[in-house]
Design a protein around this ligand. Structure first.
Ligand code: SF4
Length: 376
């Protein structure tokens, strides 16, 4: 019998205290009533999947609470939810359990409750360590909230701490970005995610840029920031293992690796996406509609598709190329045409095709999506 593929569980909490100016995700503003509506529907979804034996006895190797801002839910309710998951599904003894948190939404006591409940990895949205960067992007909270949350998380027992950053923020210079990186390193995280700011349509930030109130991102500067990031973090002992992710040895995010290595995951909550045994499916992106389906004992799936072999190969390539270790080259080469394209991409300095693997060059990392799409 072939070995069981790893599987993870993703819980999507589509609730935040307020909407940041750059954010285009589906979400609602958290109120006690919306939190309650979400939690009771989610409990029903957990039970329905269990009754339908979707995981077929497989044990979860990772559980990830993302959002939104999961920590707008009171910590005791998050602990009860994790307990419910553990009582519903099998989990491996070394399961990685991550919670995303906005630094200003967690107290020392909350973090203690979460650590005691079994959350063993925390991902804090720092975004920047320069207070002036928060204003144009409408990010609530302060830099000292981040510093305090890291300290409190560590005291509570979290030894695996990720900090998220964004670069290319309006008004941010290369010098202030490198200062942010150094301030962040002083907090001694195990993992750092760095995302370039992108401007999404219909956001307040897009409107402010269109009105000339805020400068648009400067692509050349973003590239310089990306180069600086790799060098500063490498000097501090971090390995860039994915285009936007850096970790100390042994601290790559197990759950996110599932996405990049063609692994299986079940996503619960409004707008959550799943991929199990070649089937991709996604939930309705609306809390009321999601809850309504579950009240009638229907899974709240809006679209479902069994991928063909070709589509699975394409997705494994698109996601796998994001990893700095790349993908086996037999994922990309099935005929002479693809061999030619690979040769052209190599000549243009976008990929390296060696030792039966394809990896992106530093230049290729900047154009990862278009490199992958040229291959198909
Ligand atoms: S905290 Fe995250 S999910 Fe919530 S509005 Fe801000 S960027 Fe969007």
């Amino acid at each position: 019998m072939p070995p069981q593929r790893d599987i993870g569980l993703y819980i999507h909490v589509p609730l935040c205290r307020q909407r940041c100016h750059f954010c285009a995700f589906y979400l609602e503003i958290a109120t006690p009533a919306r939190i309650e509506a979400f939690l009771s529907a989610l409990a029903r979804e957990l039970t329905l999947y269990h009754q339908q034996n979707v995981l077929a006895g497989r044990a979860l190797r990772s559980i990830y609470f993302g959002g939104g801002t999961p920590t707008v839910i009171p910590s005791l309710q998050l602990a009860a939810l994790l307990d419910r998951i553990r009582n519903t599904y099998s989990v491996t003894p070394d399961v990685e359990v991550t919670i995303e948190a906005h630094p200003s939404t967690v107290t020392r006591q909350d973090l203690r409750v979460l650590a005691e409940a079994g959350f063993n990895r925390i991902s804090l949205g720092a975004e920047s360590m320069a207070p002036q960067d928060f204003i144009p992007i409408g990010r609530p909270g302060t830099v000292s909230d981040t510093e305090q949350a890291v300290q409190d998380a560590r005291t509570a027992g979290f030894s695996n701490i990720n900090l998220d950053l964004m670069y290319g923020l309006p008004g941010q210079s290369l010098a202030s970005w490198t200062a942010t990186l150094h301030s962040l390193l002083a907090l001694d995280p195990t993992h750092i995610s760095c995302y370039a700011l992108t401007i999404e349509d219909h956001t307040k930030l897009a409107q402010d840029i269109a009105k000339g109130l805020v400068p648009a991102p400067d692509e050349t500067l973003q590239i310089e920031m990306e180069t600086a990031t790799e060098s500063v973090l490498a000097s501090a002992g971090f390995t860039r293992y994915e285009i936007s992710n850096y970790a100390r040895p042994g601290y790559a995010c197990r759950h996110n690796l599932l996405y990049w290595t063609d692994g299986d995951y079940l996503g619960l909550g409004p707008s959550a996406q799943s991929y199990i045994a070649g089937s991709r499916f996604g939930n309705i992106a609306n809390l009321d509609a999601y809850a309504g389906q579950l009240q009638n004992d229907h899974l709240p799936v809006a679209d479902r598709r069994m991928l063909t072999h070709e589509e699975q190969r394409r997705d494994a390539l698109i996601f796998g190329l994001r990893l700095l270790k790349g993908v086996p080259n037999n994922l990309a080469i099935e005929d002479a045409g693809q061999r030619d394209i690979l040769a052209q991409l190599t000549e243009r300095g976008l990929i390296v095709n060696e030792h039966d693997r394809i990896t992106l060059t530093p230049l290729g990392c900047r154009f990862a999506d278009s490199v992958a799409s040229e291959l198909f």
